[in-house]
Write a protein that binds this ligand. Structure first.
Ligand code: NAP
Ligand code: COA
Length: 271
């Protein structure tokens, strides 16, 4: 289901907005009339996303940058502001993940995920803050159930996303007086995404994941986009510091099984 909101004339910046869930969010805002900026590492992905976003009839711009690099991230945000004006909606969703037991994660592997997800989120919010519309801006961090559910094979992601939700909460406290709201959206297992391709790579794991969702279905990118549209709208003007699962009830417990299923798959010797 697609929800209609009016974001004409608004500037929406999506960090990590060139594929998967975040690109779905960017498309939803573009469909509602927003001017959309996206950032990710790959110039090819950036170019393809910008072309696709322009198909909705509005304008879009993209930047190739790594959120681990503060200067590059800041330059992208400033470039976006120079083109489309102050940022009304800031989505921070760049992330990295791979399944591995704690003892199979090197120092560099742990660092890579924490630096993309957590440090990257700090960089995006820190560099964007002077460029936000005040009052009125809405910041949405894309989190994960790993932020509050201990999951096997995910020590790095659990640590990083728990930090992301604390960035949300402290930002919500510090910036509320300026009229800037900060919230997290926590997707469940979303169909046709890189994340699920990595965490449920076989038909059996895919089926087990589906059965672990109380609503017995995968989420869609539109499900997450709908939550972001609402959070960024006037309809959510009193929602601040919230961590909102959009997951069919998965984070009530079922999500935990994904880690142990992954461990059993690797133990079975499957590729
Ligand atoms: P995805 O398609 O791989 O999206 C990740 C995006 O981040 C891509 O645009 C990627 O583009 C960009 N990115 C990665 N590292 C980056 C870096 N260092 N600097 C800048 N950009 C970077 O994955 P997805 O599965 O849709 O996940 C999107 C978000 O949803 C993530 O925050 C993830 O944790 C969250 N989530 C996903 C699921 C799920 O079911 N898939 C569930 C819960 C939460 P480049 O490769 O060009 O950099
Ligand atoms: N198991 C264990 N360690 C792994 C791994 C795996 N499956 N995949 C990568 N690593 C390790 C690497 O070996 C390396 O550690 P080392 O230097 O000690 O060998 C470390 O992680 C960093 O890998 P590298 O490829 O150099 O990092 P990167 O910055 O280029 O990529 C990743 C970051 C690893 C997170 C990469 O998977 C990525 O870019 N992901 C983005 C897309 C994504 O994950 N989407 C889903 C989002 S939910």
């Amino acid at each position: 289901m697609s929800v209609t909101f009016d974001f004409r004339g608004r500037h929406v910046f999506v960090a990590g907005g060139t594929s998967g869930i975040n690109l779905g969010v960017a498309h939803a805002f573009a469909r509602c009339g927003a001017r959309v900026s996206v950032l990710s590492r790959s110039q090819d992905k950036v170019d393809a996303a910008v072309d696709a976003l322009k198909q909705h009839g509005g304008d879009a711009i993209g930047f190739a940058a790594d959120v681990r690099d503060y200067a590059g991230t800041e330059a992208a945000l400033k470039g976006a502001q120079a083109r489309f004006g102050n940022i009304d909606v800031l989505i921070s969703g760049a992330a990295g993940n791979f399944p591995a037991p704690a003892l199979g994660i090197s120092s560099n592997g742990f660092r890579a995920v924490v630096e993309i997800d957590l440090l990257g989120t700090f960089h995006v919010l820190r560099a964007a803050h002077p460029l936000l519309t005040k009052p009125g801006a809405s910041i949405i961090n894309i989190s994960a159930p790993q932020a509050f559910l201990a999951m096997e094979m995910q020590m790095h992601v659990c640590a990083a996303k728990a930090g992301v939700d604390m960035v949300t909460r402290v930002g919500a406290l510090e910036w509320a007086a300026q009229g800037v709201r900060v919230n997290s959206v926590v997707p469940g297992p979303i169909d046709d995404t890189e994340g699920m391709a990595r965490l449920a790579p076989t038909p059996a794991l895919r089926q087990a994941t589906l059965e672990s969702v109380p609503m017995q279905r995968y989420g869609t990118k539109q499900d997450i986009a709908n939550a972001c549209l609402w959070l960024a709208s006037e309809a959510a003007s009193y929602v601040n510091g919230a961590v909102i699962p959009v997951d069919g009830g998965w984070s009530l417990g079922g999500a935990i099984s994904m880690g142990s299923n992954m461990r059993k798959l690797l133990a079975s010797g499957a590729p």
